[in-house]
Ligand binder design. Structure first.
Ligand code: 2IO
Length: 411
């Protein structure tokens, strides 16, 4: 880090950011990257301050970073009474009675997607399972046709690329906008139909919802559906893959979780702390602000480095150790805004889907673990992660004891 040419945009950092984080926190806690004219904050205290001081740090940057592909304003962009009201609607759509139905969709889709791989004794947990599983569950929750999962996944790839890219060529930008327009075109007739014939899915709920006595416009509903699609799908396969990787790398902890599935919550919370799937959260400085002696000018783009904050030794002891029993994890509040780790953000805009995410990953892991006996990396498998903004395994090829018929909870 003493090297002044060190860059978060380097190939070295992209290949494995974790060895660089201590240096950043200690020697360059407010790291400026001229190529993208942005400040990268790595200390837990500074990141928490940015995420919770809503006056000084706004989400206005999403107007250019997200709105063009989301086709309208997402929850994170909203403020005041509008934000409170619309957030409440989405929270209701992902908790209580609704969540219980969603857990059934998680179970059904997990069993269906894993089934063909069981007799083979080999599965790529990211590409064979996690991605199709996450897309299908989310389509079910929204009341969309899950037979369309491949097409929706391809369009969402472009939408996600736009939001999570640090630099985007004009060609890629066009491709991303094209994906967004096609996805919008796919959703438009569905939204129109749900307005006429509401069901018990989330799209119908959004169509029926009112704010200040005014129903949500098609643009508002579309953007919130995009918001749910991206937020529920992009981090899901990553979290699942990372959870299995860490457990396989720590066989003692894997054995404990197998023996006592109640430990899964802690294992997921520790996975989110140790390797958060969303590594960066952008904000805009409303006014000039000082951090640890460095001044961030008014109007500047600031990136909160979640992976770095989550390994800050001021908050977590032995931060580079994966330990589901760590006393400073606070599992009970790990899936709420009060969490110590910042994988779900913090403050007013902290993840609305945290309870859903926990139920989804807990349910699917509890279902997979007994099926994947003797789970291990496939021979010759080389582990590799990708992504600076969202980050996870490119693939996770696993071998296990083949299973023959009558399992996975269906005939
Ligand atoms: C969709 C980045 C995958 C969100 C975003 C424009 C807003 C918001 C997030 C997460 C995860 C995505 N930001 N979810 O960081 O809804």
């Amino acid at each position: 880090m003493a090297d002044p040419r060190f860059s978060i945009l380097s190939e070295d950092f992209a290949a494995d950011p974790y060895p660089h984080l201590a240096g950043l926190r200690e020697q360059s806690p407010v790291h400026y990257e001229p190529a993208v004219d942005s400040y990268f904050l790595s200390r837990h205290q500074d990141v928490k301050r940015v995420l919770t001081d809503h006056e000084a740090f706004t989400t206005e940057t999403l107007q250019v970073r997200a709105e063009p592909v989301m086709r309208g304003p997402v929850l994170a962009q909203m403020t005041g009474a509008e934000h409170t009201a619309k957030r409440k609607i989405v929270v209701r759509g992902f908790t209580g009675e609704a969540l219980r139905d969603q857990v059934r969709a998680v179970e059904a889709n997990a069993a269906e997607v894993v089934a063909p791989y069981l007799p083979r004794g080999r599965i790529d947990l990211v590409n064979d399972f996690g991605k199709p599983f996450a897309v299908r569950v989310t389509l079910d929750v929204l009341g969309l046709d899950k037979e369309d999962w491949r097409q929706v996944m391809a369009w969402l790839g472009g939408v996600g690329e736009f939001i999570t890219s640090i630099v985007l060529t004009p060609e890629r930008r066009r491709h991303c906008l094209d994906c967004a327009e096609r996805l919008e075109g796919y959703l438009a007739p569905v939204i129109a139909r749900r307005r006429r014939h509401p069901g018990d899915d989330l799209i119908s709920t959004l169509c029926a919802a009112e704010f200040d006595g005014i129903a949500m416009s098609d643009r508002d509903v579309t953007a919130l559906v995009f918001n749910v699609l991206v937020a529920a799908i992009e981090p899901a396969d990553k979290t699942l893959g990372l959870l299995f990787k860490h457990l396989i790398d720590h066989p003692g902890q894997l054995a404990q979780v197998r023996q006592d599935p109640a430990l899964l919550s802690a294992a997921i919370a520790e996975t989110l702390r140790y390797t958060p799937p969303v590594q960066l959260i952008p904000r805009q400085a409303e006014k000039e602000t000082e951090f640890a002696g460095t001044v961030v000018p008014a109007g500047a783009t600031v990136f909160c480095m979640i992976g770095a904050a989550n390994r800050d030794p001021d908050v977590f002891s032995a931060p580079d150790t994966f330990d589901i029993h760590r006393p400073d994890l606070g599992t009970a509040r790990s899936f709420a805004a009060a969490a110590q780790h910042l994988a779900f953000g913090a403050g007013l805009h902290s993840c609305v889907g945290a309870a859903f995410a926990r139920a989804e990953i807990e349910t699917v892991a509890a279902l997979l673990l007994p099926l994947l006996e003797q789970v291990r990396y496939s021979p010759g498998f080389v582990y590799r992660e990708t992504g600076l903004y969202t980050r996870g395994p490119a693939s996770l090829s696993l071998d296990f004891t083949p299973v023959h018929e009558g399992v996975a909870g269906h005939g």
